[in-house]
Design a protein around this ligand. Sequence first.
Ligand SMILES: N[C@@H](CCC(=O)N[C@@H](CS)C(=O)NCC(=O)O)C(=O)O
Length: 216
Amino acid sequence: MSTRLYDYAPSCNCYKVRLLLAQLGQPYQRVPVDIFNGETLTDEFARMNPNRTTPVLETEDGRYLPESNAILVYLASGTDYLPDEPFERAEVVRWLVYEQTDVIPTVGGLRFRLLAGRLTPSDPAAIHRKQGGEEVLSLLDRHLAEREFFVGGRYTIADIAVYGYTHLAHEAGIDMEPYPHLRAWLDRVEQQPGYIADVEPYGANAAPGAGRSLYD
Ligand SMILES: N[C@@H](CCC(=O)N[C@@H](CS)C(=O)NCC(=O)O)C(=O)O
């Protein structure tokens, strides 16, 4: 059996996994899941991931692994994308956690809600998420002022995880001009061997009330 990725093309959480798989040169079967067509709400999907989110990786031996950053750790183990040295490895985990707790709710959550017509830029909830996003991008910019990459001076899954949503922060209406170190790092990531950029636009069924998903 080949590795399978249960995947929603407009999701940057799914993109992070596609990016690493491309950079590893690892063959896999991509299984599209239309999350706004109720496809994560089935019993079959819940058996793979009771939390009903994409991405989910199905390993060659038939095990299911949800959570994008857990999938990055699994795929990167034993490669240059995940350091062996305990402190560096822990620093990678630090950024994987920060990406989930701080980058996604602000930059990622705002991008989705604006592009899918669930918020307008002047909504208080959008303004709140935008302020949070700007604080997050400032912190990332300060970290990168003295470093080429997030951990250990080289490209790792910490960079892949943070890149996922930050490279599309402009789609959340965030001006990237104040973050020169972050912009230089985005360019460095885009120069890495095997780099791909294949996030697709949200479909019409992502609009409120247009489809069936966890968000409706
Ligand atoms: N912490 C999870 C978040 C995954 C997540 O929220 N996925 C969204 C797409 S970005 C999803 O599949 N939602 C399912 C639905 O709305 O039905 C991860 O990093 O994998």
